[in-house]
Ligand binder design. Structure first.
Ligand code: ADP
Ligand code: ASP
Ligand code: MG
Length: 436
C-alpha cells in the first residue's frame, strides 16, 4: 500500500500541530509522500502565513520596507523549529527570499514561500527527502497544469525516494517563474502527487472530521458524510463547500484513487471517503447541501420563443461577446433566465442587455441582483420520490420564496435560487428536513 498525505494550514500552524502530524505519519508506514500547506491560523483572529507573505509582496511592490514584516513571518517558523527541538535554520532562506522580494517582487513567488519553508521543516522533522515543487510541477502557457511534463518529472523524482515531502500550492510557470494554484491549492498538489505515485489512497488531513453535510459555519455540528462520489463532490465543491479545492478531484478521479478526508485533531475518526462509485448504503436521501450568494438573473421574454430556431444561441452569444460565463439557464415556453455571477456581470450589465436586444430582439429583458443559489446533492435522489416536494415544503414553512428551480437531468442535484437574505435560513431548513 502507498498513501499520499496532505496536511492543511491549521494542521501545521504550530509546533504542537506538527507533533500531531508527525504521529499520524509515523503510525502508518504506508504514508510515504507528504504534501504540507503553509502554517495557517493558530486561533480565530490569527493571520495565515500565506496572507502575511502576500502583504509583504504588496509592501515591496509599493516600495515600502519589508524588514519588519519578514521578521514577523520568520518568528512563526522559528517558533515551530524551536518547539520541535530541531537543529535546523531557515536564516539563509529568509535572506534570499527577502532579497528577491526587494529586487523583483512577484506575488506568486511570495505566496509560494509559505509552503516551501514549511516543507523544509517537515522534511527535516521526518527525515524525508525534500522535493521543491518548482522542479516537478509545471504549468503551460495558459496557466494550466502541463500534465505530460509534470507526471514524467514527478514520477522520476518520487521513484528515487522512499519517503518525500513535496510542498503544496505551487510549481513552475512557463516563463520560468514560480506560479501558484488558486487559494487552497495544496489540495491540488496532493492529488497530483497521488496520481503520479499511483497511490492507493490520497489522505487529506484538515481540521474537521470529514466532508460535512453542510457548512459548519451555518449549521451547528453537521453530520460528516461517510461516502461521497467524485461527481457529488464536484457539485458540492463547485457550489461553495470549501473543504477541498474544487480542482483537487481531477487528477485522482482520472485513475480512481479514493480521497479520504481526515481530522488531524481527531485522527481516530474515519472521516469521509470520496470514491468513484459505491454500494455503501446511505443514511439519508441527500448527500450534501452547499450554496453561494450574489448571483444576478437576466430574465428574457419573447412571444413564440419556443418556436424560434437559434434564439438560445443568440442570447448566449451576448454573454460570450461580453466575456461572461453563465451558471444556469432555466427556461419556460416564452421565457428564459440566465443566471450569472454578480461580480462578473455588474460592470457590464448595460452592455449585455444591449447585446441581447441587438442579437435576439426579445420583447423584454429584466435584470435582478441578490440571488443566492443552493445545491441539494445526492446520488440517492434518483431512486427516491418526493424529494423536490419535501424540499419546497421545508422552505415554504419558513416563508422563503423560491426564485428559481433547476434540476439537473442526471438527477444528482436540485438547485434552487432564493434571496441572499434567506440563504442561511434556507440551508438550515433543508438540513432539518433531510438530515435531522
Ligand atoms: P485546510 O487548511 O486543512 O486546507 P480549509 O480551511 O481549506 O482546511 O477547509 C476546512 C474548512 O472548510 C473547515 O474548517 C470548515 O470551516 C470549512 N467547510 C465549509 N464547508 C464544509 C463542509 N461541507 N464540510 C466540512 N468543512 C467545510
Ligand atoms: N497556503 C495556501 C492558501 O492559504 C494554499 C493552501 O492552503 O492550500 O491558500
Ligand atoms: Mg484548504
Amino acid at each position: 500500500m502507498k498513501k499520499v498525505v496532505k496536511f492543511g494550514g491549521s494542521s501545521l500552524a504550530s509546533a504542537e500541530q506538527f507533533e500531531k502530524v508527525g504521529k499520524i505519519i509515523k503510525a502508518d508506514p504506508d504514508r510515504v509522500y507528504v504534501v504540507p500547506s503553509a502554517p495557517g491560523k493558530r486561533f480565530d483572529d490569527d493571520t495565515k502565513v500565506t496572507d502575511m507573505l502576500l502583504h509583504a509582496y504588496e509592501s515591496a511592490n509599493n516600495g515600502v520596507d519589508i524588514a519588519d514584516e519578514m521578521k514577523a513571518i520568520k518568528v512563526r517558523y522559528d517558533e515551530i523549529i524551536t518547539g520541535l527541538g530541531l537543529d535546523f535554520s531557515l536564516d539563509e532562506d529568509f535572506k534570499e527570499i527577502e532579497a528577491t522580494l526587494r529586487e523583483n517582487p512577484q506575488s506568486d513567488f511570495a505566496a509560494s514561500r509559505g509552503e516551501f519553508l514549511n516543507g523544509k521543516i517537515m522534511a527535516c522533522y521526518l527525515g524525508a527527502t525534500f522535493i521543491d515543487a518548482a522542479e516537478v510541477i509545471y504549468f503551460n502557457e495558459e496557466g494550466n497544469l502541463n500534465d505530460y511534463k509534470t507526471y514524467r518529472k514527478l514520477r522520476e523524482r518520487l521513484a528515487e525516494c522512499e519517503t518525500a515531502v513535496i510542498p503544496g500550492f505551487y510549481g513552475m510557470g512557463k516563463d520560468g517563474n514560480v506560479k501558484t494554484f488558486s487559494r487552497g491549492g495544496s489540495d491540488v498538489t496532493g492529488s497530483i502527487v497521488a496520481r503520479a505515485s499511483k497511490a492507493d489512497v490520497y489522505e487529506n488531513w484538515t481540521d474537521v472530521s470529514g466532508f460535512l453535510v453542510t457548512d459548519p459555519r451555518i449549521v451547528d455540528n453537521p453530520e460528516p458524510i461517510k461516502y461521497i462520489t467524485y461527481r457529488e463532490l464536484r457539485e458540492l465543491s463547485y457550489m461553495g463547500a470549501s473543504v477541498l479545492h474544487e480542482d483537487a478531484i481531477f487528477p485522482v478521479r482520472h485513475c480512481g484513487i479514493p480521497i479520504n478526508i481526515r481530522n488531524t485533531n481527531a485522527p481516530e475518526d474515519p472521516g469521509t471517503w470520496i470514491v468513484e462509485s459505491t454500494c455503501q448504503k446511505q443514511d439519508h436521501v441527500i448527500t450534501g447541501i452547499a450554496g453561494k450568494k450574489d448571483f444576478c438573473t437576466i430574465f428574457i421574454t419573447k412571444a413564440m420563443m419556443n418556436a424560434e430556431i437559434g434564439f438560445g444561441r443568440k442570447v448566449l452569444q451576448a454573454f460570450e461577446e461580453n466575456n461572461i460565463s453563465f451558471e444556469h439557464m432555466p427556461s419556460g415556453i416564452d421565457t428564459m433566465t440566465i443566471v450569472v455571477h454578480a461580480d462578473e456581470f455588474i460592470d457590464k450589465e448595460q452592455s449585455v442587455v444591449s447585446s441581447i436586444h441587438r442579437l435576439a430582439e426579445p420583447d423584454s429583458v429584466e435584470i435582478e441582483a441578490g440571488l443566492a443559489l443552493i445545491a441539494v446533492v445526492g446520488r440517492g435522489m434518483k431512486s427516491a420520490s418526493g424529494t423536490a416536494g419535501k424540499l419546497f415544503t421545508a422552505l415554504a414553512k419558513e416563508g422563503i420564496n423560491i426564485k428559481m428551480i433547476d434540476q439537473g437531468s442526471s438527477e444528482l442535484n436540485i438547485i434552487i435560487g432564493v434571496q441572499n437574505k434567506d440563504f442561511d435560513t434556507a440551508i438550515r431548513a433543508i438540513y432539518k428536513t433531510f438530515i435531522k
